[in-house]
Ligand binder design. Structure first.
Ligand code: AHR
Length: 521
């Protein structure tokens, strides 16, 4: 496959007039790419919440991964793992969506407060018995400890309007019986809860509803979830599954501005196949398929936005990609219902190239939540007993934090076409990139070399002169490299100095399957 790929790449190089240098023995070829940035056209701010997280009661997503309880031998602060807390603090998590996912429409919040909490069977995920020791207080206190916004996902599928309305009162009201109960349970001051999801995947695990039926339900639920004290809810309708544009159409026409936002879920996997493939053992075909599928989110975003523009041209209703990421077969020996997967440089490239796309649409997209934060799907952190590793995806989030609150800078990116769009798979070019600029006028530039085998000589036309940068690189000799509990530091960021700034251009060679971020000094 590799030979075939290189042969077609050579043909492509000739065809699209890109300059490639190398030999015919199939050894590393260096390609070239140019990026021309337009700081004068910077307009839309990249919100913090674009870098949001999702933590579901799923496998060890909560229990064991975040919450071990005060009596655990694993070092903890009031029951939260210290290692995970510290890693999340470093990441400056802006928002966490909880308690699901599918679990949210099965969760009854009153079971998770007070001293006597019943056990429950998590029938959404593996039939695990949970003791409800992580509930509303534990989640909202975690958000306060991390300094992030909570995004509560309410139960519409098996709950009631009254139950969700009461939950909002319990969390945010400063008087009345629910506030009294909250105080009795140890929290006098109401919490601030900004984001409220009205159900999750209501077309599927959230109640098998039609969009018309859900729109009616949404209006009823949203009406009784009210603002108390200084709290102001941003209400989010349960959104479409990737290509279901009719769902968005019906919600926009049937709910309109009674919702503040509507979600879309998009996973870089093929759900029509019985196996999602191994997280760590894949060939180049599957690698490029994954990148093409993950980049296929761009036309999906464009189509949902076009529908929203029709009903809401001023952009009041926001689009949230409130679940996205890779979905592989579970690691051997783990519960298939727990979605525990490893995370390689391939996942890192899915993350960086996805952000390169998300940054372009912040006029409409105000949040994304990768699935998920710890131990589930494309996680930031993996834990086993008292061990924890940071995944390659974690390092992408950390590197890309520099873009948060900056203005997005449009750019023209010219690089080799590696694979043409085909159905749900997007074009794959060798270079993906994003640029932003701070209020102080400092640039941040991220560049991903998607090529498995070829380094690329990149020139960034900065449109100015005298710029000085620091840079970091995330790379590893093999795309399949990952951090394991035995070798936890195999993949990580390093400082990158092999670049030069000359007049108004920044030039450097980016190694195959690597991600570099430059920050102007
Ligand atoms: O993230 C895992 C699951 O994927 C979520 O619970 C559900 O909403 C989606 O189908």
């Amino acid at each position: 496959m590799k030979k075939l790929f290189l042969a077609s790449l050579a043909a492509l190089c000739a065809a699209v007039l890109v300059s490639c240098s190398g030999n015919q023995a199939g050894e590393a070829i260096t390609n070239t790419a140019t990026i021309t940035i337009h700081p004068d056209q910077a307009a839309d701010v990249i919100p913090d919440e674009l870098y949001g997280q999702f933590a579901e009661h799923l496998g060890s997503g909560i229990y064991g991964g975040i919450w071990v309880g005060k009596n655990s031998s694993i070092p903890n602060t009031d029951g939260y793992r210290n290692d995970v807390l510290e890693a999340l603090r470093e990441l400056k998590v802006p928002v966490i969506r909880w308690p699901g996912g599918c679990f949210a429409d099965y969760y009854h919040w009153e079971d998770g407060i007070g001293d006597n909490r019943p056990t429950m069977v998590n029938s959404s995920w593996g039939g695990t018995v949970e003791n409800n020791s992580f509930g509303t207080h534990e989640f909202l206190n975690l958000c306060e400890m991390l300094g992030c916004e909570p995004y509560i996902s309410g139960n519409v599928g098996s709950g009631s309007v009254q139950e969700l309305a009461n939950w909002v009162l319990y969390m945010t009201a400063d008087g009345g019986k629910w506030a009294d109960l909250r105080a009795k349970n140890g929290r006098k001051e109401p919490w601030k809860v900004k984001y409220l999801g009205v159900g999750n995947e209501s077309w599927g695990c959230g109640g098998q509803m039609t969009p018309e039926y859900y729109a009616g339900e949404y209006r009823r639920y949203a009406e009784y979830c009210r603002d108390y004290g200084g709290n102001h809810l941003f209400k989010i309708a349960s959104g479409a599954s990737d290509y279901d544009y009719n769902w968005t159409e019906v919600l926009m026409s049937g709910i309109g501005q009674q919702m503040n936002g509507v979600g879309v879920h998009y996973y870089s996997t093929d759900f029509s196949k019985p196996s999602h493939g191994s997280a760590t053992d894949f060939d180049s075909d599957f690698y490029y398929w994954t990148v093409a599928k993950s980049m296929g989110i761009e036309p999906v975003i464009q189509k949902h936005i076009a529908i929203m523009d029709k009903y809401d041209p001023e952009g009041h209703v926001k689009l949230l990609i409130d679940e996205w990421g890779t979905w592989w077969d579970v690691e051997e020996g783990t519960n298939p219902g727990h979605l525990f997967q490893q995370n390689t440089m391939r996942d890192a490239i899915v993350a960086s190239t996805s952000f390169d796309i998300f940054h372009k649409y912040t006029q409409r997209i105000n949040m994304t939540n990768i699935a998920q934060m710890v131990n589930v799907l494309q996680a930031m952190l993996l834990t086993r007993d008292d061990k924890m590793v940071k995944t390659p995806t974690y390092f992408v989030y950390k590197m890309y934090n520099t873009h948060r609150r900056n203005k997005y800078v449009p750019a023209d990116v010219k690089s080799d076409l590696l694979q043409s769009a085909d159905g749900k798979l997007a074009d794959v070019h060798s270079i993906s990139s994003t640029t932003s600029i701070s209020d102080a006028g400092k640039l941040s530039i991220s560049v991903t070399n998607v090529n498995l085998d070829n380094d690329v000589d990149v020139t960034v036309n900065l449109g100015g002169s005298g710029k000085a940068f620091t840079a970091e690189i995330l790379t590893s000799p093999d795309i399949k490299d990952y951090n394991s509990f035995d070798v936890p530091d195999k993949v990580g960021t390093k400082s990158f100095s092999a670049f030069s700034v000359d007049g108004s251009s920044l030039t450097f060679k980016i190694p195959a399957h690597s991600i570099v971020t430059f920050v102007e000094k």
